[in-house]
Ligand binder design. Sequence first.
Ligand code: ZN
Ligand code: CA
Length: 369
Amino acid sequence: MINQDRLVETFLELVQIDSETGHEEMIQPILKQKFESLGLIVKEDDAKAKTGFGANNLICTLPATDDSKEKIYFTSHMDTVVPGKSVKPVIEDGIIKSDGTTILGADDKAGLATILEVIRIIQDNQLPHGQIQFVITVGEESGLVGAKALNPDDLDAAYGYSIDSAVPVGNFTIGAPYQMQIKATTHGKTAHASTPDKGVSAINIAAKAISKMKLGKIDHETTANIGKFEGGGPTNIVTDLVHIWAEARSHSELKIEAQTKHMAQTFKETAEAFGCHADVDTELAYPGFLVTEDEVVYQKAQAAAKAVDLIGEPTIGGGGSDGNIISQFGIPTVILGIGYEAIHTTNESIAIQSLVDLVKYVLKLIEIA
Ligand code: ZN
Ligand code: CA
């Protein structure tokens, strides 16, 4: 039933269309046209105006032919990381990769190619299905910017699947942590380095604060890291300003709040002990989510994998994806493995077999919805 040549051809076509994150303006109209010519109802939202990114998200609806099935959705993103311009795919021994100068873009064009092949198979074979929405986002690689700009009212599904996990095809990610971005600024008092008693070094404040802070692995579900430390000037000046960028992650909402509070307070209290102050801004980069085994979306993900002879093993992820955001809309979501390798590097690759297995798996998910 699967047309492997057509699937690979679609994948190769998509990876050769530039769509570095924020610059989705070239690929989006091509995708829109493909979905429309397959007879889907395509809605463009207003993500471009909201975010300044290259294009709007696409919400593509395939109306039901069998109303006894649940309404479900799938999401994949149209943007890629850099360097993603002028990708020249190479096929060797059943593996697709780039020529080594760019990423491949299987993250997430493998998802897009899968979706298009699935729709073609459904139509060629008049397979019965419930309503299916395909949510194709911009800006995923820039911090889920496109998904965050979605209008929840545009989505109409009981549950669904994000096609965007690095685990092997058939396995799936059922949870991901909350991530908090923390920016701290320590303010000292400037003075000439020959009269240090007249000043307070902002570097000293920041260093003392960081040395007191709980960082690294906090517990089995919580981590924290200082990413960047910037400030200072000539050696003959006591520096009065340092900026620190940090993050915290946790699968527990309570723990991420506690860790963030700890980091912010440590900066502030340390600065105050020096008679100075620190400013701390915190922002939730994305919310976490967790799907449990009593949920339909989990059970179907596992059952469909087994039905097509894949493993069907759930895993917990360490990062965010559009699934974190859509889960927050109240639509339970699991993230399906794609089996792409070394994503976000110029060594990125995917096996043709992974694409074929993914199409089979998605067709089964639609069948048992
Ligand atoms: Zn991705
Ligand atoms: Ca990615």
